[in-house]
Write a new protein. Structure first.
Lengths: 198, 198
DNA sequence: GGCCGACTATGACGACGGTCATAGTAGTCC
DNA sequence: GGACTACTATGACCGTCGTCATAGTCGGCC
C-alpha cells in the first residue's frame, strides 16, 4: 500500500476513514482497522482509550478537514476559476475515483451520519463539525470568486448537498451519471450568482 | 402504535424500513424488527426465507415506491403547481417531520446504500431500483408542469440529490437549515426551466 | 376423528464484535 | 544496572447477531 510513513496512530485514523467509507461504521471492526493500518491490535486501546467512538470521531474529523483543505487546492489549480468550475472540480474527484477504482467507497461523513446520528451523539457532533469544516472553505472560495457574501454560504450548502446526494445515487447505480448531471445542471446557477453583485 | 391492520409480513417490512431509517442497516437486528412490528420472531424465517438480505431489500423497495407515490399526491395538493413548489413540498415533508418528531430518522434508501452498496450486491440493486422508482415520477411531474422533456430527468436527479444531501446535513446539524436552503436556492432554477420551451 | 398446511414459539449454535487484563519488549534517563 | 514510560502483543470475556432446528398451535378439509 506504500502508506506514507506517518505514525501508527494517524495511519489507523486514515484506515478507519477508508473502511468506513466502504462498509459503513457498524460493519467496520476495530481489528479490521488495525490490520488495514498494519498496526498492532494492542495499539488501539493505547491510542484510542475512548474506544471505537473516539476512533470514528477522529476519522470523521480527519475527513472533514481533508475535504476542506482540497478546496483551496482546487481553486489554485483552476485555469479560469469560477464557481461552476470549482464545483465541477469537486465532482470530478469522485467521477475520477469511480471510473478508476470502482464504486466501492462513499463519503465517510455521510456514512457516519447515517449510522450514528441517532445512536451516538458525539459522532453526530463530529459529522456536523466535518460538514462545517467543508462548507466554510467552499463559501469563502465563492466570495473570493465574486459571489455576494450573503449568498455564499447557502450556495455552498447547496453544492455539498447535491454532491453528497449524487454520490449516493452514483454508488447505487454504479454509474457516474448522477454526478455529472448535478455538475452540469448546477453550473449555470452558480456562475449566475457572480453577476448579481449590483 | 395503532399500526393499521395489514398482515404481519407487511408490518415487518414497514418496521424494518423505520428502524433502518434511524439506526442504519447493520445496527438493525432481526429480533428488533419483529419486536417493533409486534410479530413473532419465528415469522421472520417463515416470511423471509432469504434472511436479513431479503427483508432489507423489500424494505428498500417499499421506501422507493412510497416516495414515488407521494409525488403524485404532492402535485395534486398544490394550489399553484410549479417545479419549485413541488420541490418545496418534497422538502417540507422532511422539515415537518424533523420539527415535529426530532432528527431521529433519515432516508432508508440512503442508509441501505451507505451500508450495503459494497457488501451486498442485491441490496445495491434494490437501492438503485428505489432511486429509479422515485426519480421517474418526479421527472414525469416536471414534464407535466412544462419542463422540456430532455431536461426533466436531469433536474429530477438534481432535486433528489440535493434533497438527500440536505437530509444528511440536517441530521448532522440537528437543524433544518440545509433543507430550507436547498429548497430556496434551487426553486428559481427549477421554475426557469419551464420557460425554456422555445 | 385424522391429516395437513400455515403460522407461531423457543432454544441452541457458531461467529464476531468491542473491551478488558495481563504480559512482554524497547528505549531512556537516573 | 534499574526504574520508568511508551508501545506492542495476546488471550479471554461477554454480549449480540443471524440462522437453524424442533416442537407447538390452530384452522380447515376429507
Amino acid at each position: 500500500m506504500a502508506v506514507s510513513e506517518r505514525g501508527p496512530r494517524e495511519r489507523m485514523v486514515f484506515s478507519a476513514a477508508q473502511l468506513i467509507r466502504r462498509e459503513g461504521v457498524a460493519a467496520t471492526g476495530m481489528r479490521e482497522v488495525a490490520a488495514h493500518a498494519g498496526a498492532p491490535r494492542g495499539s488501539l486501546q493505547h491510542y484510542f482509550p475512548g474506544g471505537k467512538e473516539q476512533l470514528v470521531n477522529e476519522a470523521v474529523g480527519w475527513a472533514g478537514r481533508y475535504a476542506g483543505n482540497r478546496v483551496a487546492r482546487f481553486l489554485a489549480a483552476l485555469p479560469e476559476p469560477t464557481p461552476a468550475a470549482l464545483f465541477a472540480e469537486m465532482v470530478r474527484q469522485w467521477t475520477d475515483e469511480y471510473e478508476a477504482a470502482g464504486f466501492a467507497g462513499g463519503c465517510p461523513v455521510a456514512a457516519a451520519t447515517v449510522d450514528c446520528a441517532q445512536s451516538t451523539d458525539s459522532t453526530r457532533e463530529a459529522t456536523a463539525a466535518a460538514f462545517a469544516a467543508w462548507t466554510a472553505p467552499v463559501a469563502r472560495a465563492l466570495t473570493d470568486l465574486g459571489v455576494p457574501g450573503e449568498r455564499a454560504e447557502p450556495l455552498a450548502t447547496l453544492m455539498i448537498s447535491a454532491l453528497e446526494g449524487a454520490i449516493l445515487i452514483a454508488r447505487a447505480e454504479r454509474d457516474v451519471r448522477a454526478l455529472t448531471t448535478v455538475a452540469h445542471e448546477l453550473g449555470p446557477l452558480l456562475d449566475a450568482a457572480v453577476r448579481e453583485r449590483t
